[in-house]
Design a protein around this ligand. Sequence first.
Ligand code: SAH
Length: 214
Amino acid sequence: MITYEREREELADKLSEKGITDIYVLKAIREVERHIFVPKAMKHHAYADVALPLGYGQTISQPYTVALMTQSLGLKSSGRVLEIGTGSGYQGAILEKMGMDVFSIERNMDIYLMTRKLLDSLGLRIHTKCGDGTIGWDEFAPYDGIIVTAGSPSVPESLKKQLKTGAKLVIPVGNKNSQILKIITKLSDTEFDTHDVPEFSFVPLIGREGWNRK
Ligand code: SAH
């Protein structure tokens, strides 16, 4: 069986060269088997630093983007994190491997079921639900960090509300083709500090506080 261990090492080295400095993130990149999360036909591209199709018109984000978003949460190795857009489960697995308590929402039922099965087979402790993540997951709020892995027209108010004071929301905001990654720190219930990182291209976030369904 191919374990791709060397490929993971090389990927972590490449991400480090590209500016990822968080040792907890790099360790998780070395440990999580991305080839298990990508479609069979894509396995030998699993450790290239590129986004890959995961089926249903959706994509598994580029490793650099996953690493940057995770690093941007500034959490090191513990905390309760909400992810919007479970997709393949890879981003969730990175967070879980780092020691986070992960809650993840996926709106597409087929993707939700496929990934839930995979997470169970891997024994990963990630809480998932199928629904509209633009309104967050109130039941388990507030969160130490929120990561949105689809591009949004604006920042959903519900997600700002469900963030702890001092915590960060990482979300791509823009049009359907290109977005700026916004790293938003909640200073108080009404004050937020925003840092922008250009320029990304995520699949659209569809929902009540996202893009309307076509
Ligand atoms: N984090 C994923 C990336 C998946 S791509 C990974 O690591 O593979 C983005 C995902 O967001 C898609 O699966 C899409 O169906 C989902 N999505 C889009 N709008 C959503 C919404 N409002 N709530 C939850 N998921 C949503």
